[in-house]
Design a protein around this ligand. Structure first.
Ligand code: C2O
Length: 512
């Protein structure tokens, strides 16, 4: 493989993706951040410089979906794999792209990613399906007009609501907004009709689109008027191609789709649409972009009509029977089964929080679990919500959702087998045991269950709801996988340094 080196500076800025000014955090001044592109097997090196000032904040960047085999300390999860990168400090991430397809990177510090620290990742690998043009990432994200920190503060106030309502929905960081709908008295600069994303298709040719739900909360339903989508991958898993007019993606999920421009002549134009499902609280759930064939007038908006694909209202994502991995792997027999319930509760101060597996997690940024485990320390405070799976090689996790919302469940460091998903309790059945779906985010529907399973990859790995607000409200756990192997790891000094620098920074800021 080749070495791909990137330099990222995270800093504050003000942008207006939909015309409404908002203070944000950006990677190299851009939203979405710059594309990371590599070939399968390449080494990716990213120097991340924390230049967040006024006020300062820590940061850390997670490479979503990558396995980090033998390098769990490069996972970018503060409190788990490292300490936050302190203000004015730099941390260099270095890992191998052992999976290929489409993904994204995002800050894993608090809910900072919903403040703008996100960007696409593309790893080129073999594909069996032919296509002509790679359109690249199509990032779908719900959008809030408030700063992420203010949202969390309100949510975690006594009698605050765990449901955060987004203001808009974006495709590749753009959408229009009707400024007449802002609250009276809100003097924030706002421009209506800020503009939408535009895509160029070549008539008769087949295009690859890399759909990424990089939002904070919302489940997206994506379609292009008049065009059939051929889905060829979900997350980092190539699948047997299937045709559909709509793809449903929960936060963190990806779909690679092929689209042939055969719905008109060379002057045609069509709407691309992504809509937040009815299960997602949103003021303006509709995102659109324009698709123009070669000779279409790109100053004109399309006039196409949407597919008739009503939202089923289940808060579930696309059925597991549709998605079958291209390269079969038989489900191994689990060596251990663990059950975790998702619950909502009010604490003694009337703050509504999440409980996951009986515990509401409180982040600890000073003592990363991986470093403690590497030192042979395996006792942790209950509120860290650490589960130690010991030497198990094949671990099954049954998740019961006892709440009225859907949750995108994400496990770091693994391509996870999706054993079963559905309403109510699990009946013990397995979807295609000879070749179950594998992905890194799986949605659990309200009142439903998911059964996930993974082959042990030694390390400490976050397992959490990918809804930014839920993770910040305690819906988070860490899995210690093969602790004996972790103790043998030689973790670079740079990881320990993040803790020394973070410690020095936080102590400097203690007012006594
Ligand atoms: Cu995409 Cu724990 O994250």
């Amino acid at each position: 493989g080749i070495i791909r080196t990137y330099d990222f500076t995270v800093s504050r800025g003000v942008i207006a993706p939909d015309g409404y000014d908002r203070p944000v955090l950006l990677v190299n001044g851009a939203f979405p951040g710059p594309l990371i592109e590599a070939n399968w097997g390449d080494k990716i090196i990213v120097n991340v410089h924390n230049n967040i000032t006024g006020p300062e904040e820590g940061t850390a960047i997670h490479w979503h979906g990558f396995l980090q085999e033998g390098t769990p300390w490069e996972d970018g999860a503060p409190g788990i794999s490292q300490c936050p990168i302190a203000p004015s400090k730099t941390f260099t991430y270095e890992f191998i792209a052992t999976l290929y397809g489409s993904s994204w990177y995002h800050s894993h510090y608090s809910a900072q990613y919903s403040g703008g620290v996100v960007g696409p990742m593309v790893v080129h690998g073999p594909t069996q399906q032919k296509y002509d043009i790679d359109i690249g990432p199509v990032m779908l994200s719900d959008w809030n007009h408030e700063e992420y920190f203010d949202i969390i503060e309100k949510m975690l106030a006594p009698n605050g609501s765990p449901r955060v309502i987004s203001e808009n929905n974006l495709i590749n960081g753009k959408m229009n907004f009707d400024c007449s709908t802002v609250a009276p008295g809100d003097k924030t600069p706002c421009v209506s009709n800020a503009g939408i994303s535009k895509f160029k298709f070549k008539a008769g040719k087949t295009h690859r689109l890399r759909l990424i739900n990089a939002g904070a909360d919302g489940v997206q339903r994506f379609s292009i008027d008049g065009h059939t989508l051929t889905v060829i991958a979900n997350d980092f898993t190539p699948i047997k191609p299937y045709n559909t007019s709509v793809v449903t993606l929960a936060v963190g999920q990806r779909a690679d789709v092929l689209v042939t421009a055969n719905a008109g002549n060379s002057k045609s134009a069509f709407w691309m649409r992504s809509t937040l499902t009815v299960c997602t609280p949103a003021k303006q759930p509709y995102a659109v972009a324009a698709v123009y064939y070669d000779e279409a007038d790109t100053d004109k908006t399309p006039t196409s009509t949407p597919w008739d694909v009503p939202d089923p209202g289940t808060c579930a994502t696309d059925d597991l029977s549709l998605t079958e991995p291209l390269y079969p792997i038989e489900l191994p027999a689990p060596t251990h089964t663990h059950t975790m319930d998702i619950e909502l509760f009010k604490n003694a101060s009337d703050v509504t929080l999440w409980k996951f597996g009986g515990v509401s997690m409180r982040a600890n940024y000073n003592e990363p679990v991986l470093l403690l485990a590497n030192d042979g320390n395996f006792t942790y405070p209950d509120v860290w919500n650490v589960v130690n799976f010991q030497s198990n090689t094949s671990i099954r996790v049954v998740v019961n959702n006892r709440t009225p919302g859907g949750h995108p469940m994400h496990l770091h460091g693994h391509e996870v087998y999706v054993v079963h998903e559905g309403p109510g309790a699990w009946d013990g059945s397995i979807v295609r045991p000879e070749n179950p779906m594998r992905r890194d985010v799986q949605q659990v529907r309200p009142g439903g269950h998911v059964v996930l399973q993974f082959d042990a990859n030694p390390g400490v790995w976050g397992f959490h709801c990918h809804i930014a607000w839920h993770a910040s409200g305690g819906f988070f756990s860490s899995f210690v996988v093969q602790p004996k192997e972790i103790q043998k790891m030689r973790i670079p000094q740079s990881v320990e340094n993040t803790c020394r620098e973070w410690d020095a920074y936080t102590h400097r800021n203690v007012v006594e």
